[in-house]
Design a binder for this molecule. Structure first.
Ligand code: HEM
Length: 290
């Protein structure tokens, strides 16, 4: 194609590549130029953009995306974690633990197109915190400065995210590897699972943990203590509508965890404080922000 039209087409595609990259792999990242207040507005609009999706909010899905991006960190090998947004690439994007997060990543692609000066990893972690705040959670302190990796760069091995069908030892192995102690473990799991629901086709579990899955609260802890949970691996309450995973049940089977479940159920303000601090730490694992 040696025509003028051909040259224009070629130019357009080069421009598109330079801006958005192929496979979302390349990027213009100028963190100093990002207008985070504008990004925030776009994320809030996105969260509420589809009343037909699940419980009418993309918030819980965005929280899970941010957590799974950071939850691969290893403090012993000093790899994985928040930097990189490596879940855009194989094998991480096809890890079973990340089933369903393709939806979140493609929703965030729309935000990235509007704000190409931001890294994917800053956008994903920021969106998780905005979602928590928008759903009534604590104020989240968040700083930009993460960088994206390119396809082919080192990525963390798959298999580092927790498996809901397991128990106490597994929880400790995963969260100690991230650098968290028992109180933070209980806060993070119970805060995350106050939100959203399980989807059979994604994890083999189904249903929400609370009756208000788009509200961030200490309800998970209250229900865990007050309801009678039957079943295995899917535990259900007396109505059969609510779910707990074996890892959730382990929080009341293990005295060192249970004491924090009791504390958080009684004192929501204290729970918000512990969760918020642990979430910010989680979002900065594996970065040079500190
Ligand atoms: C032992 C640790 C954990 C295990 C085993 C676990 C496991 C799971 C599983 C199996 C699901 C259902 C996925 C689906 O079917 O769609 C899920 C959903 C979810 N998890 Fe966790 N999780 C853990 C910790 C966390 C933490 C620390 C957070 C955040 C602080 C979190 C936030 C969420 C959210 C928000 C959802 C709902 C997503 C949606 O509604 O689409 N989880 N988790």
């Amino acid at each position: 194609m040696g025509t003028a039209a051909g040259i224009i087409l070629w130019k357009t595609s080069v421009k598109a590549h330079a801006l958005f990259g192929i496979d979302g792999n390349e990027s213009i990242q100028k963190p100093e130029d990002v207008k985070w207040e504008d990004v925030r507005k776009d994320i809030v609009t996105l969260i509420e953009s589809n009343s037909d999706y699940d419980d009418g909010s993309y918030g819980p899905l965005l929280v899970r995306l941010a957590w799974h991006q950071c939850g691969t960190y290893c403090q012993y090998y000093k790899d994985g974690g928040s930097d990189g947004a490596t879940m855009r690439f194989k094998p991480e994007c096809s890890d079973d633990a990340n089933n369903g997060l393709d939806i979140a990543r493609s929703l965030m692609e729309g935000i990235r197109k509007k704000h190409p000066e931001a890294s994917y990893t800053d956008l994903w972690t920021y969106a998780g915190g905005v979602a928590i705040e928008e759903m009534g959670g604590p104020e989240i302190s968040w700083r930009p400065g993460r960088t994206d990796s390119k396809s082919g760069d080192t990525y963390p091995p798959v298999g580092r995210l927790p498996d809901g069908a397991r128990g106490e030892d597994h929880i400790r192995a995963v969260f100690y590897r991230l650098g968290f102690g028992d109180e933070e473990i209980v806060a993070l799991i119970g805060g995350g699972h106050a939100l959203g629901r399980c989807h059979n086709e994604r994890s083999g579990f189904h249903g929400p943990w609370t009756f208000a899955p788009t509200t961030f609260s200490n309800e998970f802890f209250r229900l865990l203590l007050e309801e009678k949970w039957n079943g295995n691996p899917q535990f259900e309450d007396s109505t059969g509508e609510l779910v707990m995973l074996p890892t959730d049940i382990a929080l009341i089977q293990t005295p060192d965890f249970k004491k924090f479940v009791v504390k958080f159920a009684k004192d929501e303000a204290y729970f918000f404080q512990v969760f918020s601090k642990a979430w910010t730490e989680l979002m900065e694992l594996g970065t040079n922000i500190k």
